[in-house]
Design a protein around this ligand. Structure first.
Ligand SMILES: [Cu+2]
Length: 161
């Protein structure tokens, strides 16, 4: 084999190696793209698919209030109940324990009514109380985001006569 033949042969091998590289790069890149799209769609759909649990329900045991808290505040900021009516608050924290600010916990506290409820990360905690005096009470979370002073981490419980 002459020197030029050897060189030509090397060149052919080089080309084959290059093609083999391309052969796996494309499917892998495509696979990653598909994965990214699926993850992206899942990320945007998950809040729509998970049941939106917040709201106020009238039950035979009084009023049940499902309220969710995250770093941007409570999803209910005004709650109406009647004086003398039993109120159960189910507070759900939507944040996980990776949050440095408050560790994913949120609070629902009403000083005047002796309510101090803390929900653990991604969990629900409940408190039952019966307000007897009509009036406007502030509920707040003093755990995250500057606490009580944060205007988004509070709301009003309005007790009607
Ligand atoms: Cu909070």
């Amino acid at each position: 084999m002459s020197a030029s033949d050897k060189k030509r042969l090397e060149r052919v091998h080089e080309l084959e190696r290059g093609q083999r590289r391309q052969q796996w790069v494309r499917p892998v890149a495509f696979g990653l793209l598909v994965l990214a799209v699926i993850v992206g769609i899942g990320y945007f759909l998950s809040p729509l698919l998970s049941p939106k649990a917040s709201g106020v329900m009238q039950t035979e045991n009084g009023k049940v209030i499902n309220v969710q808290a995250a770093m941007d505040g409570f999803d209910l900021t005004e709650i109406h109940v009647k004086a003398g009516e039993t109120v159960t608050v189910n507070l759900r924290s939507l944040d996980n324990s990776m949050h440095t600010d408050g560790g994913g916990k949120h609070q629902f506290a009403i000083d005047e009514l002796g309510v101090n409820l803390v929900a653990q990360p991604m969990s629900t905690n409940s408190a039952t109380f019966t307000p007897t005096q009509p009036g406007e009470y502030t509920f707040y979370c003093d755990i995250c985001c500057g606490g009580k002073a944060n205007p988004t981490m509070n709301g009003k419980l309005i007790v009607e006569a």
